[in-house]
Ligand binder design. Structure first.
Ligand code: PFF
Length: 453
């Protein structure tokens, strides 16, 4: 029946699709923002440790669960441990797919408008005016809602084409273009006047910050989100893989591409930012991408082209991620509920769009959703906290316990070794059993305490 539920056509196609899921707003917007808040190069170092010691083993584990069972996240746990409650871990992932997509699609929509604004020179070089412009733009209800619908529409249309004809084809087109634009922008950024200060900030670590628990917490959370872990996206994509593939090798490709893109995004943003007078790398939220950079594009020679290229790249990165966010719940309805793909995609897109409305309206258009009474934040931020800061780490924690201690390492290795013996198998077993759950547990507790305190 594998043919009926779809599969990737080639190994290259799978790697690009999985890397497409991983490379997203999290890399180009999230990573540089977190580097700025976390104090520069020290954060980058801690991030790299988190990626390779904690996240890479989890990605391998997710792929193993997916390919062994050939099922969506809920079905996968039901196949490996029928009659237990482990399927709830998969269910949390399915819900997280809808939850994350509901606000991710709003921000992805902004990038579409900014392609147009960059092309038409709507944004000027004046800092206050750029900020006001952004504030007015996100507060425009019909525009925000329309752009969100557009992003969800493109995502749904891609999924209707199936795994090979839709997801694989779309990511094979967008990812190479994204990587080319990224490379060209990096070259342009590091050759800007004043770029050295940005590079120094980005690349010289302040070692006193390396052992800061806050830095570790942010870095691991960011790495999780960036690699699309903890919600079964890699279980789902792994379920479309053939037995001949070496999972650990494919996972490493995805990890390396995602990390390289994040690092390169920093190489663009920091030199670019520091080349502007009065730049504060600590500026958080949408400021960096939608307020600071447009000022630079408005003033630098050839800035119109660079600005358009930048936002096109951001849109491509976002779309290859929204595809995977919607595919997780879609695969669930197909596999576990026996729905047709078309029906699953339509129903889920409608649900996601409804849940996206308060996020789209919560940036100025509706006072209520912009600052929820008694919560002290807008709806979009609340969604990000629930799904990114809690659901993903909880999902990753449960998955590592499941693979390390319930399904067990030797069984997982049977699956991992089908495409050739996996190098570093013993190290992987140790990391997934002890290091991953302990580290993730710590960040869940720390995030909860931080929120309450
Ligand atoms: N990895 C994506 C990013 O960095 O923007 C976000 C994401 C996509 C998270 C898919 C989780 C997921 F399943």
């Amino acid at each position: 029946m594998a043919g009926a539920r779809g599969s990737f056509g080639t190994r290259f196609g799978f790697i690009l699709a999985a890397a497409g899921s991983a490379v997203g707003l999290g890399n180009i917007w999230g990573f540089p923002t977190k580097v700025g808040q976390g104090g520069g190069a020290a954060f980058v170092l801690v991030y790299l440790v988190c990626v390779f010691l904690i996240c890479a083993p989890i990605m391998i584990a997710e792929l193993a669960v997916g390919r062994r069972t050939g099922k969506d996240p809920v079905g996968a746990f039901n196949v490996l441990r029928p009659g237990t409650s482990w399927w709830l871990t998969g269910a949390l992932g399915v819900l997280a797919g809808v939850g994350i997509l509901s606000f991710y699609s709003v921000i992805a929509g902004w990038t579409i408008a900014y392609i147009y604004y960059a092309a038409t020179g709507a944004v000027t070089g004046d800092s206050a005016a750029t900020g006001d412009f952004f504030g007015q733009f996100v507060g425009n209800a019909p525009l925000s809602v329309g752009l969100t619908a557009l992003v969800l529409g493109v995502t749904a249309a891609t999924l209707l084409g199936g795994v090979k004809g839709g997801i694989e084809r779309m990511t094979k087109t967008l990812m190479p273009m994204l990587l080319i634009i990224l490379g060209l922008l990096a070259i342009r950024a590091v050759t800007l006047p004043g770029a050295e200060a940005g590079l120094a900030y980005y690349l010289n670590p302040d070692f006193s910050k390396v052992f800061d628990i806050r830095v570790f917490n942010t870095a691991l959370g960011q790495a999780f989100f960036s690699l699309s872990l903890g919600m079964g996206a890699m279980i789902t994509y792994g379920s479309y893989l053939s037995k001949g593939e070496n999972l650990a090798k494919s996972a490493m490709w995805v990890v390396v591409i995602d990390t390289a893109v994040a690092l390169t995004a920093g190489l663009i943003i920091f030199p670019a930012g520091f080349s502007l007078a009065g730049f504060d790398p600590n500026s958080s939220g949408p400021g960096l991408i939608f307020v600071v950079l447009p000022q630079l594009f408005a003033t630098m020679p050839g800035g119109t082209l660079v600005g358009v290229a930048f936002f096109v790249m951001l849109l491509f990165a976002a779309i290859t991620s929204t595809i995977s966010l919607l595919e997780v719940p879609t695969s669930h309805l197909i596999d576990s509920r026996g729905w047709e793909r078309k029906k699953a995609v339509y129903v889920l897109t409608a649900i996601t769009f409804t849940l996206a409305l308060p996020s789209a309206l919560g940036n100025g258009a509706s006072a209520f959703f912009s600052s929820l009474p008694g919560v002290g934040m807008g709806f979009l931020d609340l969604m990000a906290i629930i799904w990114n800061d809690f659901a993903l780490p909880v999902g990753g924690f449960l998955l590592s316990i499941f693979v390390g201690h319930v399904w067990r390492v030797d069984k997982a290795l049977e699956e991992l070794n089908t495409g050739g013996a996996m190098p570093g198998a013993a190290l992987w077993g140790f990391l997934i059993r002890w290091v991953c759950p302990a580290a993730i547990f710590m960040i869940i507790v720390f995030t909860a305490l931080d929120l309450l305190g």
